[in-house]
Design a protein around this ligand. Structure first.
Ligand SMILES: [Zn+2]
Length: 203
């Protein structure tokens, strides 16, 4: 329990849950947090330096996808090498990780569960087990869960009610997710100032 609450440290700082989890302390104390919240939040925001802003957005992004510092930095460095908008390419790189897809397509209740499903060998890509959460899925590839071999995981996946963004084709009955196309930033169901994150790493 204590460990679970510590995870939500960043939520307390920003005033809402970074993963939309119902057990977050920001949700429990909603009435109070909200009343003091708007004013308090703005006052807090004003105090942040430009560096503080970049740092906060970077921490939000890391927390939402539960990435290590080196994983996030690697996504930025990858994006920098590719022609195009660095922030968009970085976000696509993160959103097409296997664990991110299992989470955002609604096959796991949390990013942490998604990582566990992958590392415990319950997730298939084009019919083959992939146990690396950082595996990058390409448009056209199909992610699935074998309900016969992983009945408990299949049950959990079917119970998740989150709606999947349009770049996924989701078949909950067959437990299949197809990545249709690379996501645009606006379509990703998580709000972060990705430009600030790029600026943070470009310093
Ligand atoms: Zn939270």
């Amino acid at each position: 329990m204590k460990q679970g609450q510590a995870k939500h440290k960043i939520c307390r700082r920003i005033g809402y849950c970074i993963w939309n989890m119902p057990n977050c302390p920001t949700v429990k104390g909603r009435a109070r947090t909200y009343a003091a919240g708007l004013q308090g939040k703005n006052a807090h925001r004003k105090k942040l330096t430009a560096y503080g802003e970049m740092m906060l957005e970077k921490q939000k992004l890391r927390a939402h996808y539960a990435l290590t510092e080196s994983q996030l930095r690697a996504a930025y460095l990858y994006a920098k090498r590719i022609e195009g908008k660095t922030n968009e390419i970085m976000m696509q790189r993160i959103e097409t990780r296997l664990d991110s897809i299992v989470y955002h397509a609604g096959f796991a209740p949390t990013i942490f569960a998604a990582k566990q499903f992958v590392s415990h060998r319950h997730i298939l890509v084009d019919g083959k087990i992939v146990d690396r959460a950082s595996y990058i899925v390409k448009p056209g590839q199909v992610i699935s869960i074998n309900a016969e071999k992983s009945p408990k995981i299949a049950e959990i996946a079917k119970a998740v009610t989150a709606e999947a963004p349009a770049y996924f084709e989701v078949d909950k009955e067959q437990l299949k997710i197809k990545l249709v196309s690379l996501p645009t930033i606006d379509a990703i169901p998580f709000s972060v100032e990705s430009m600030r994150v790029v600026e943070y790493y470009a310093r």
